[in-house]
Design a protein around this ligand. Sequence first.
Ligand code: SF4
Length: 1007
Amino acid sequence: MAESQNETTYWKSLNELAQNREYQKFVEREFPEDATEMTDQVSRRSFLRVMGASIALAGFASCRKPMQKVIPYTKQPEDLIIGVPNYYATSMPFQDTVTGLVVENNEGRPTKVEGNEAHPASGGRTSIYHQASVLEMYDPDRSRSPRLNGQKSDMAQFEAFAAEHFSDTGRSILVLSESNSSPTYRRLKDRFARRFRNSTWITYEAFGEYNVLEGSRIAFGSKLRPVMHFDKADRVVSFGDDFMNPAEHKNSVENAGKITARRKVRSTEDDMSRVYVIESNYSVTGGYADHRIRLKRSEIEAFMGAVAAALSGQLRGLSAYSGVQNAFTDHEWVQKITADLLENRSNSLLTAGRDLSPEAHATVAAMNAALGAIGTTVTYHRVPHLDDEAGSEGLKSATDAMRNGEYDTVVLVGGNPAFTAPSDLNFSEALRGAGTTIHLSNYVDETSRACSWHVNRAHYLESWGDGLSYTGIASVIQPQILPLFDGVSEIEFLHILTNGVKGNGHDLVKETWRSQVSAPFERSWEKVLHDGLSEGDGFPAANVRLTGNFQSSVSGFGQDKKLGMEIVIKADPKLFDGRFANIGWLMELPDPMTKITWDNVALMSPATARKLGIRDTRKFNSDAVPVVTITTETGSLDIPAWPEPGHADDSITLYTGYGRTQTGRVADGVGVNVYPLRTTEALDYQPGTVVNAGRTYDVACVQDHHSLEGRDMIRTATLDEYRKKPDFATYKSVHGYEVPGIKEAKAEGDDKGPISLFTETYGSDDQPQWGMAIDLNACFGCGVCTIACQAENNIPVIGKREVARRRIMHWIRTDRYYEGDEDNPTVYHQPVPCMHCELAPCEQVCPVAATVHSEDGMNQMTYNRCIGTRYCANNCPFKVRRFNFFNYAKEYLTTGDDPEIIQMAMNPDVTVRFRGVMEKCTYCVQRVNRAKSASRLATGSRKPVDGAVQTACQQACPANAISFGDLTDRQSKVAQDKMNERNYVMLEELNVRPRTSYLAKLTHPNG
Ligand code: SF4
């Protein structure tokens, strides 16, 4: 609890924990010596080269006098008012699921996506992939035309080729596609199969759901998808399931919304669920758990077997595990978890990571069934469109057949198997010898370069389509703009293959939906387009019971495995399997746990790093970190080593998606491609050796940037402690005494804070007064708020070298703190935007009054007045101000491709900034002012109703952690939050009176 918090309670890095001299020097030197200029031309050029669309945005943003042709409408569209955005519903596909979105359009340009509140997969919230998809669409490195044998072609030529080639319906064709739930896609796929009787169609995802579905087949006899209802669960046990991470779970946004809702505490009367996570590397879900048990990947299933064995003595249906005896049988946490589950039975929920074996998924299903949780906290559903999803063995068979010349044509619908397929398949080599090969893709990527035809794919924001959410809700995808590069969608591509012409995406989708909505069709169709989804309950829940041969199917499960040092390969939290590698916003977003940008590393525990002779602290006069050579049965690679507190010992975690060579200007040359270590037999983990390569590599990590130097930023208590002492987070509880000067102020009748020299606070007559509260009990550090803010406010990407110089431009950062020892610490996350202090120290030192207070209580920046002294940043105790060191416009506008396309991504409501000015969070003042105007028009009042203004970070947050609104409205959500006893502000003793406050973190430990 917070009572005796001191400087070393919470720490951000191993160096801070050690408090070594280099760390002290590093944090004291907030602005490094070379921070003011980028003088060497080589670094300047390489910086521009890697930026792609993201830097192009920055370029336009920093252009003082852009030359533009302005062509007025001769006939203005009826529904368009210049300066007032329109909003349209659509859905973003990701693997075989879709998430409902609402897209902001400014004069026909999509500029920002938000979640669709009516869509269950979103509930109005988003993930980093949704937020970044706008920049993906404006990426100038996307493919712009079809290619034939590497030479530029066009769509007409491809259509002519397809009409002739596919007129022979006797062809033997292999179709290898990404997973896709679109009803229209499935209709065209069936038509394709009927037309080409000699075709084989398989679906493959490098990180698919194959093991999950196989697990339920073992348990219940048919392939079923588990849907977790975290809002109904009092106890959650995750065996390696990082279900709040979009790279690890397709339903992460809904999962995060539900589990955080079940853990929101408004008063001492409220209860919260308890979460256990058993995992090897530190995940965002592990960081959110009350108990995290770190185990090697190879040990997780043995631990699960021990839990099943312990439950089998008390519950029916688990006799298959009664004989399991392993190293974890007497483990303290096996006993504690088992007892907790037995106490909560049907209110419990167990889940397993998608990379665990089918037998592990079957075991989790059996335990859920035995506890009575099925139908309460977890339901199982048939998902017919995944029936042909192939595991690595299925892909191997197809590749072998391809190599043996069994197909005269190979069609690849999306995906990039030449990059992502298990390395032992030599997929690109097999593809090169496979006759006619056709690849539909966003980029001319590794697979396209191995094919005879590449066909450029339209982005989902440019296409008509449809799809099903994780729970089966049918949704439409409607274009927000015509295809920028004349690409075709998947359904138009399939139409070309069967009809020789691309057809009309709208008509194809509409035709499918005729049978899906009620009559009269046109009215129902209009409603679907408006809402973005159809009415319906999704996939029906299946009635399940264990199969008769379940016991024999899982025999042998849960035995100990001894692998020595093991190498685990996972999808990158930001780039996933590599498909998002060319999006600068994602590349520069600090990893939620390591805070590394622009690279992948070999994660290992500090103890393992020491054992390997790798130093476990970073030298602060450089970003150089040691490189290790990792060798497995299939090969070896060199990669920087990164000791991660809380990582399992004798285990290395590697992330995919990096090491691209010919994809785009952001992705190419960044990080290491770890797919060569991934094989059919060892997709997930395998034994290996690790040795120090004897050299170093520069890594840009922001974990010690903007350090608040050990002050009491995070306040935490257990649920029981909170109930005993509800005001545990107040200054007095933390420090043992009142804020200096508060008593004297109260005696003078001022309860806002100690007496101040400045009188810039506002009284109750000044309305509205804006403020923000962030619930640390909900925040799990995903970083969506950072990307949403970047998209809304035209914030530039600055590149690795600049990040390393501590110039990252994000207006809201998420600080990650550890507590405890380095082997097994607890993690807390704290988003930090501008605090909008009422007595703002930045305002008091600006020599030209460029940063001032608005009458509604916001700390504002007048960019035109700023002369770049940076006194304000030096005087900001929260380190939230960002300085524009460079003007990229000249280079970009004279050397970039199609600048007018990139400029289309700009939010026209936000001021463009140029070199030499300070910028920072504005509380999305453009949204505030729009709501004030709308309110005045509608009611004559300047006070928008509560909820009418949402900041970008607030709106996007999947955990609903942020509230914002009028503090003078005592019923507003933010005012209620600020009245909560857990509410506190950072550095209260400075008497700067921040308008942004925090609700202290609670945990619910067992015992
Ligand atoms: S506040 Fe930011 S980091 Fe925290 S959960 Fe919300 S979006 Fe993610």
